[in-house]
Design a protein around this ligand. Structure first.
Ligand code: G3P
Ligand code: CA
Length: 246
């Protein structure tokens, strides 16, 4: 069965990468959550998509230059007041730490996809810090680390050969199976047009290893379920769960 992952929680309807957004996806009974991580100046792992606070919070500055204490003072919800279901309580949403998300999913049978945003900025020691947090937490969740930056994934795997790593792709590769075997990838996380394109689709041969992002239209969800992909990563988890039932 194709699994449903909530992209940044329920990004389409709630403030992305907040506990509120993750809880909403859990309420929709997704099999997985996707989130993005960066490292603060004082070495803490926070859940946010961009390198800076500016787009998604009422604060500003690069995460790498800020301490967790300051990051915890900004609102991660108020910038989403244009959303249809915005509520003033969203203003109290904070940028979560990875540990807070691990706490949220404790005891739940869920897959957690942690994306390392290491393509533009490299954070010294990020991979080791992530492993220490996740291993210390001893969560029941299946953890999958993903990145566009293959060296980050290799570093994780070299540090702990038991980890699940998934390479994020927004351009085609000629023989996906070779990459899966060579780098011991648990999955490929593929931009949707790469696999939906009728011109070039080597991914069809390894569909059980493919998670597809970001799939928000019903017809695309249906096609990917028919192709038997491992998972769909969507901003609208409830919609995807309903499409799968039909
Ligand atoms: O994990 C897939 C997707 O999240 C990668 O792109 O920019 O939404 O993090 P982005
Ligand atoms: Ca992401």
């Amino acid at each position: 069965m194709t699994k449903i992952y909530g992209h940044r929680g329920s990004k389409g309807e709630y403030p992305e990468n907040t506990l509120l957004s993750f809880q909403k996806a859990l309420n929709d009974e997704v099999e997985g959550l996707e989130l993005d991580v960066h490292m603060t100046r004082d070495g803490e792992i926070v859940v946010i998509h961009d390198e800076t606070l500016d787009r998604t919070t009422d604060g500003s500055g690069y995460i790498k230059d800020l301490e967790l204490g300051y990051i915890k003072t900004v609102s991660a919800g108020s910038k989403f007041d244009h959303f249809e279901n915005y509520h003033s309580s969203w203003d109290n949403e904070k940028v979560p730490t990875l540990e807070e998300v691990l706490q949220l999913i404790t005891g739940k049978n869920i897959e957690l996809n942690i994306e390392l945003k290491t393509s533009i900025i490299t954070y010294s020691g990020l991979e080791e810090k992530l492993l220490s947090i996740v291993n210390r937490w001893n969560s029941d969740a299946k953890i999958v680390y993903s990145s566009f930056h293959l060296p980050s994934l290799v570093r994780l795997k070299n540090t702990d050969p038991s980890v699940n790593i998934a390479w994020l792709l927004h351009a085609p590769i000629s023989n996906p199976k070779d990459y899966i075997e060579t780098f011991e990838l648990e999955a490929l996380h593929v931009e949707k047009d790469l696999i939906l394109s009728s011109l070039y689709n080597p991914f069809h041969t390894v569909s059980e290893y493919v998670r597809v992002w970001t799939v928000n239209e019903e017809d695309e969800m249906k096609k990917l379920i028919d192709l038997g992909v491992n998972s769909i990563i969507t901003d609208y988890p409830q919609k995807a769960v309903n499409v799968r039932i039909k």
